[in-house]
Design a protein. Sequence first.
Length: 153
Amino acid sequence: MLTIGDKAPDLLGRDENGHEIRLSDFKGRKVALYFYPKDNTSGCTAEACSLRDHRDGLREAGYEVVGASVQDEASHRKFIDKHALNFPLIADTSHELVEAFGVWQEKSLYGRKFMGTVRTTFLIDETGVVTHVFGPKQIKTKTHGEQLLEAVK
């Protein structure tokens, strides 16, 4: 997993509309890149809505919010429309981004092991360097936007 001080890859992938998204697209801005397991699940919806509701504050602090999961563009468009999300979602169907950041890991549910996205948020500065990592045990999905605002003050 990428850690504080690591350089993040510039190419993030394609968003819900098929547009290529790069960190360098956000010149002079920082990025809060959050990885989540699946569109329209309770925890992922709570997290996305919290980030939606705190996006203006994060922007005032110099951060743009970008989400990423392995669902496709159509799934992301429905998720955005259903919850009025106001930031792009990367459709990482190839798993390149989740693997580059080290968040595609073995998980366990009811004794069954499988590979999946581990809920993680990376704060990335204007030069593409990771400055903070929120792991799955730290993230409170219902108040994640507030958590990020506290961290960037």
